[in-house]
Design a protein. Structure first.
Ligand SMILES: Nc1ncnc2c1ncn2[C@@H]1O[C@H](COP(=O)(O)OP(=O)(O)O)[C@@H](O)[C@H]1O
Ligand SMILES: [Mg+2]
Length: 239
């Protein structure tokens, strides 16, 4: 069973009378344990596709099976439930709460889910250790580097144990060194815990960490294969 199965997914945005088609018949399967980089020019539909995958937005047409369930026709409340259980999100901005320390930031989704404070803190501490920040739980977010803040955001995204991590430009605000630090954590989560990952990036160096590269152009998939088999990549390497 695929973790993600999209069939014939289309999506348009309407602004007033103008209909802008964005996704054209996307077919995409992602297996449990896969690690997919999603690339494409600005405006090609990457974020729109991520929003559909993340149940933050809805396709106009086609079918979506997530984690064995047909979620195509489910209502927003059901989508929220499935999303909370199944998906961790990471964005370009870390979105940590400034007035809470690192441990409290990571524990927060569990407190919302009704877990007791003591259990939430234990679980949050476990996640901080997994992203290499076991010692920094007491710090405030502004006392961390950008790379460390993004690792906290990853810990928070995974505190409910979702099988899927969706990351939209997670290293977009980071320099080369801290980018590598964040990617090392993502790679390790995939390798050691079998976490399924879909990451949007415009950097081929980031995409090379993935097992699979999907390229979007004008709302269609134009390449789907190993990063090393991508024509552009081959050209770059040969140049
Ligand atoms: N909420 C929206 N309303 C109207 N148009 C949108 C909306 N979101 C995205 N679009 C349009 O859809 C196209 C694809 O956008 P997006 O998925 O953000 O691309 P990418 O992430 O690849 O840069 C763009 O032309 C964008 O202007
Ligand atoms: Mg985008």
């Amino acid at each position: 069973m695929s973790l993600i199965a999209l069939e014939g997914v289309t999506k348009s945005y309407r602004t007033g009378d103008v209909l802008t088609p964005v996704l054209f018949g996307i077919d995409l399967r992602v297996e449990q344990g896969d690690y997919v980089a999603l690339m494409g020019p600005s405006g090609s539909g990457k974020s729109t596709l991520m929003n559909v995958l993340g149940l933050l937005d809805r396709a106009d047409d086609g079918h979506y099976h997530l984690n064995g369930q047909d979620v195509t026709a489910q209502n927003a409340a059901r989508h929220a439930e499935v999303r909370n259980k199944t998906i961790g999100f990471v964005f370009q901005s870390f979105n940590l709460l400034k007035r809470m320390n690192v441990l409290e930031n990571v524990a927060l989704p569990l407190l919302y889910a009704g877990v007791s404070r003591s259990r939430a803190k234990l679980r949050a501490q476990e996640l901080l250790a997994q992203v290499g920040l076991a010692e920094l739980g007491h710090r405030m977010p502004n006392q961390l580097s950008g790379g460390q803040q993004q690792r906290v955001a990853i810990a928070r995204a995974l505190v409910n144990r979702p099988p899927l991590l969706l990351a939209d430009e997670p290293t977009g605000n980071l320099d080369t060194k801290t980018t590598e630090e964040v990617l090392a954590v993502i790679d390790q989560l995939n390798r050691e815990q079998g976490l399924t990952i879909v990451v949007v990036t415009h950097e081929i160096d980031v995409a090379r960490h993935a097992k699979r590269l999907v390229r979007l152009k004008d709302g269609k998939i134009v390449f789907d294969g190993a990063p090393s088999q991508d024509a552009r990549e081959t050209k770059e390497v040969g140049a």
